[in-house]
Design a protein around this ligand. Structure first.
Ligand SMILES: [Fe+2]
Length: 583
């Protein structure tokens, strides 16, 4: 199969057509990596990788190996009278549910919304009355009614319809509720027979030709169930935010005994996630957390995946383990499918889960253009790997190859075009990993060490992007990142370690919700890093035409489900400037 174009994402025959920069979403895809954990790797039962050597990398995307799911996605999307045209009646929808006890909690995993545009939003649920035991649904198609209203009592429906929940997709439902008004709050819910879901709240983005005066949103990443509670979300929901931007590591694939963390307070169900059923079980366990379900139900989410949604430190086709690329691609496809099944996101129905086009653009009036990237699916594999959990070591010559890419050539070109064509005041470049660099001096006086799967392992790719921002004078770029399990404010430069290198953009990196933090502080060797704080929490960002502001928030104790909020500092960058300052 020819490599597909990432320039246009066609949602489906019956759903809306997404044409990227002009109207909304383009697709792409993701990664993580534990670093200097607070804790240690186990020796006996721990995750000790085989020495794999350098693996040849096939840049040509091979033909998809698995069965396409295009048809089933199209069916789930179209519904009969539904998802694409809004406002139609659901009175003719059959309510009987074969083999299902509708008295049970079909909606135990909650509801969610995501990827809002000016006139639509994705509404999500998954029918799973027994989520920790395969879902508990029969192998049958089940009709699900959805409703959107401007009031919580649903006295005035503005859109409704019905969609099929398919067993092939774990009875997940993704409704593209369209025909909505811009910058408007809505309530939504689902019904199957007499069973009614919790009510969710969502909001559309402002019209493309509008001029919003303000946007506030929260950023989060890295929620390891084993390492702590998700109490950060409880505090996040007290904030005045319009959406959650989740930057990856929504789940961790590890089995309970794979890695040892200082703060391991509970165990993952099952072993290491490898199969589709494994990944489904992991998402079910995470969504069992009330705070997480509530956060999804209260505001829309924009999500990207990182490595742990598949496997620690994978890149492209290449596992961190010594397995064939074909075998790994099957695992990756299972992981991508489970991710889709549990996220309120759009994907292109012409794709199988062998590849999923999730990189996309989200314009917010003329205030902000958000681009969401994928540094995991299309990149060259890390070089100079050290066969440890962290891929942490000195750079080798292979990593310095100027042709190496982290985004892949198509996504890199797409990003440049998106930035060149943007007419917004701010350009938020949302991606998974620290871009500004963080080298670790060698205590023995040797070569500095780097996390080789971060942008530090791809210096030419970082140089290209940062220099592009400088040379093209891209308007107010801001880099937003996650993955590191500590907070950062930094200056992105084409060469982070050259004092003469110009500042291309400020970078704000959000710490982990609950994953064990990395507390080794190398800031003295990294003047481009202006703030570093290894505590668990989240951030709140505020954007106005004049300023981009990030406020860091922390939880008092990630092992305490009643953890209190701890205020962190506020950093901001003024329009026209490239470097942030603490307020
Ligand atoms: Fe992480």
């Amino acid at each position: 199969m020819e490599p597909r174009s990432h320039g246009v994402s066609t949602w489906s025959r019956t759903c809306r057509r997404w044409d990227g920069l002009s109207s909304g979403w383009l697709a792409s895809s993701a990664r993580t990596s534990p670093r200097a954990w607070r804790g240690k790797q186990t020796s006996g039962g721990g995750k000790v990788k085989a020495d794999r050597g350098v693996r040849p990398h096939d840049l040509s995307r091979r033909a998809f190996l698995g069965a396409t799911i295009a048809g089933v996605v199209a069916a789930a999307c179209s519904g009969k009278d539904g998802a694409s045209d809004g406002g139609t009646s659901s009175s003719s929808v059959p309510l009987e549910v074969p083999g299902v006890d509708v008295e049970g909690d079909l909606f135990a995993l909650g509801v969610a919304s995501g990827d809002p545009t000016a006139d639509s939003v994705i509404l999500w649920t998954r029918l799973a009355p027994d989520p920790m035991n395969g879902g508990g649904m029969p192998d049958e198609v089940v009709k699900v009614v959805w409703e959107v209203s401007t009031d919580e009592a649903f006295s005035g429906l503005v859109a409704t319809g019905a969609v099929d929940a398919l067993p092939e997709l774990a009875h997940s439902v993704h409704v593209d509720a369209s025909g909505l008004q811009p910058a408007t709050g809505y309530y939504y819910r689902f019904r199957v027979g007499e069973a009614v879901s919790p009510v969710g709240r969502t909001r559309t983005f402002p019209a493309a030709d509008s001029s919003p005066e303000r946007l506030r949103f929260a950023m989060a990443s890295c929620q390891n169930y084993q390492d702590g509670y998700f109490s950060a979300y409880r505090h996040m929901l007290d904030e005045d935010i319009e959406f959650v931007l989740f930057l990856g590591d929504y789940i961790y694939e590890y089995g309970p005994d794979q890695v040892e963390s200082l703060f391991r307070i509970r165990d993952h169900a099952g072993g290491e996630a490898v199969t589709l059923d494994d990944y489904r079980l992991r998402y079910a366990q995470y969504r069992g957390e009330q705070e997480l379900r509530e956060a999804h139900a209260r505001v829309p989410w924009l999500t990207i995946w990182d490595d742990h949604e598949v496997e620690n430190n994978y890149e492209g086709d290449v596992s961190e383990e010594d397995v064939s690329e074909e075998e790994f691609r099957q695992r990756r496809a299972a992981a991508y499918q489970a991710y889709y099944e549990h996220m309120p996101m759009r994907i292109d129905d012409t794709e199988s889960f062998e590849e999923v086009h999730t990189y996309r653009a989200a314009p917010y009036g003329d205030l902000v253009d958000i681009v969401l990237l994928d540094v995991k699916q299309f990149g060259d594999p890390p070089e100079c790997r050290d066969s440890s959990l962290f891929d942490f070591g000195p750079l080798c010559d292979e990593a310095l190859d100027e042709q190496r890419t982290l985004l892949g050539t198509e996504q890199e070109a797409w990003l440049e075009e998106a930035l060149l064509s943007s007419e917004s005041q701010w350009n938020l470049i949302v991606q998974q990993i620290l871009m500004s660099g963080f080298k670790a001096p060698d205590p023995a006086g040797g070569e500095p060490r780097f996390y080789l799967e971060s942008w530090d392992g791809y210096p030419a790719a970082r140089q290209r992007l940062a220099q592009f921002l400088v040379d093209e004078d891209i308007r107010n770029p801001v880099i937003l990142s996650g993955d590191y399990h500590a907070s950062f404010v930094a200056d992105l430069k084409p060469d982070p370690y050259d004092p003469e290198s110009p500042v291309a953009a400020p970078e704000f990196l959000v710490t982990s919700i609950s994953a064990a933090v990395f507390d080794e502080d190398y800031t003295s060797a990294n003047p481009q890093v202006k703030y570093f704080d290894p505590r668990n929490g989240y951030v709140v960002c505020q954007v106005t035409p004049d300023e981009f502001t990030t406020t860091f928030r922390y939880v008092s104790d990630v092992t305490d489900p009643a953890a209190e909020l701890v205020e962190g500092p506020t950093w901001s960058v003024a329009a026209g400037e490239r470097s942030a300052r603490q307020e």
